[in-house]
Design a protein. Structure first.
Length: 173
């Protein structure tokens, strides 16, 4: 139980720091900074908990006291962090489906005409932000006017291709 309580508290503190940081200045490489914040909190927080084990008590629970409890705390914290990362990616950059749903919702009961939807959903909305993200995250680069994958991008592409082949997934969006 201590791993659950203290893991949740550490995650909460990391989340508060994340929100405060984003309100002050939005980082260019948001995913990288999020990982640094959350895993930094896991490491530093675990060290603080270990140092003050006997002096801290929340809900009558002392922090984890042995390696197995810290392992449980870490697994729980990492699970929360990865679940949050997946959720955050949906708000970091709007997906085409989300943009379409929001446009239809904004249109209200009168609905959204097909012409207006097609006019507003062009490459500046759908393609350009994703290319910019690939360049910022150094997954791709431009050489002689052509986009090329970097080693990091190539690794990611191979990973996704392997997973799609493994799952026999068709191309989709």
């Amino acid at each position: 139980m201590a791993s659950l309580v203290y893991g949740s508290i550490l995650f909460g503190f990391a989340f508060v720091l994340h929100v405060a940081w984003w309100r002050i200045r939005l980082p260019k490489r948001q995913t990288k900074v999020l990982l640094l914040i959350f895993f930094g909190f896991l490491c530093v927080g675990s060290l603080i908990l270990q140092r003050y084990t006997l002096k801290i008590s929340i809900f009558g629970l002392h922090p984890p006291s042995d390696i197995s409890e810290y392992f449980q705390l870490a697994i729980y914290f990492i699970s929360l962090t990865l679940a949050y990362m997946i959720t955050y990616s949906a708000i970091e950059v709007d997906s085409p489906s989300l943009l379409i749903v929001m446009m239809i919702s904004d249109a209200g009961k009168s609905g959204l005409s097909k012409e207006l939807l097609e006019r507003d959903m062009d490459d500046t909305v759908l393609l350009s932000p994703r290319i910019a993200d690939l360049l910022i995250d150094k997954m791709a680069g431009i050489r002689e006017g052509k986009y090329l994958l970097t080693p990091k991008g190539l690794l990611m592409a191979r990973l996704f291709k392997f997973y799609r082949d493994l799952m026999r997934a068709d191309k989709g969006g």
